[in-house]
Design a protein. Sequence first.
Length: 165
Amino acid sequence: MSDCSIFHVAIAIAISDPVIADSCIPDKVSIDLRPEIINKRELVGDWEIDTIVRKENKEAILIATERKTGFLLIKKLPKGKNAKELAMELFYLLLPYKKMVLSITSDNGSEFYEYKKMAKLLDTAFYFAHSYSSWKRGLNEYINKLARQYIPKRHLLMLFLTTKY
């Protein structure tokens, strides 16, 4: 098995959690391969993305943060951590800024399984942080912490972030 050890799969099956069982993402590009200019935050256009998920994984919000400016975009994901839905929602969220999307960095959550589709649609590079290394995406984790103060997991996300098109 590539990134997934038999141990992790066994644990996922044992606790019957399909999100964990499906969390192995093929052909990921490591954050270690990200150009140094991204790490230095010298250019506008390098994004960090993450999700905040409600307890039962029925609802989530997508958070995209531009690393240099701190520009923040938040989008409600009514279907939770659905990878296909997230890919399209991220595309539509970043489409108005497509010229300013040079790279995207995420964690290893199963919701980012469709990263190749996102990268292709936005014509950008996509990187994954190491597991349990949230400090490598510090700005995004800080924004998540702030968001959790206003949208606690125990509250329904439907009460927040109502979007009308």
